[in-house]
Design a protein around this ligand. Structure first.
Ligand SMILES: Nc1ncnc2c1ncn2[C@@H]1O[C@H](COP(=O)(O)OP(=O)(O)OP(=O)(O)O)[C@@H](O)[C@H]1O
Ligand SMILES: [Mg+2]
Length: 151
């Protein structure tokens, strides 16, 4: 049976939707996901400008054991952080044509570690986890795990 959107059947670990009230809480959510990442995992992040995607990635990186300073890869499409496993941080905000995606070397990055993608709705990926961040009012953000890691 084809998998539909939502929690994958048979998943043993799930992350429930959560409303965070500070950047630190969003980071903590990301860190929990980061701790579960393994080589070959991909996480696509969606959410408007300032929704908290980079903040979330900061936590993900910490969860993978990286102490690198995490900032949006504005001029490069990808930055790579070393840790327990390597984490490639991709930001597709400025992507202009599909050929740039091909130039990312995603397959290689997935062979080397995990990949997290800001503006992840700008690419297609099967088997990726999907996390949506929504700016509520003030410092509140809704984080929805639309599809969890596939285990
Ligand atoms: N609960 C919260 N979670 C995350 N960020 C928050 C929260 N409350 C306030 N903020 C602030 O909102 C901003 C989020 O910025 P961030 O760069 O993480 O967003 P982004 O989605 O990556 O934006 P962009 O689309 O420009 O890449 C930061 O200034 C952060 O301090
Ligand atoms: Mg960002």
């Amino acid at each position: 049976m084809e998998r539909r959107c939502g929690w994958p059947p048979g998943a043993t670990t799930t992350l429930p939707d959560e409303i965070t009230r500070s950047p630190a809480e969003t980071e903590a959510f990301g860190e929990r996901l980061g701790k579960r990442l393994r080589v070959g995992d991909m996480v696509l992040l969606t959410g408007e400008l300032g929704a908290g995607k980079t903040t979330f990635v900061r936590g993900v990186a910490r969860g993978t054991g990286s102490s690198a300073p995490v900032a949006s890869p504005t001029f490069q499409l990808v930055r790579v952080y070393a840790g327990r496993i390597q984490l490639a941080h991709v930001d597709l905000y400025r992507i202009e044509k599909p050929s740039e995606l091909a130039g990312l070397g995603l397959d290689e990055l997935l062979d080397q570690g995990a990949v997290v993608v800001e503006w992840g709705d700008r690419m297609e990926a099967r088997q990726a986890a999907l996390v949506e961040l929504e700016h509520l009012e003030g410092d509140r953000r809704m984080i929805r795990v639309k599809r969890d890691l596939s285990r």
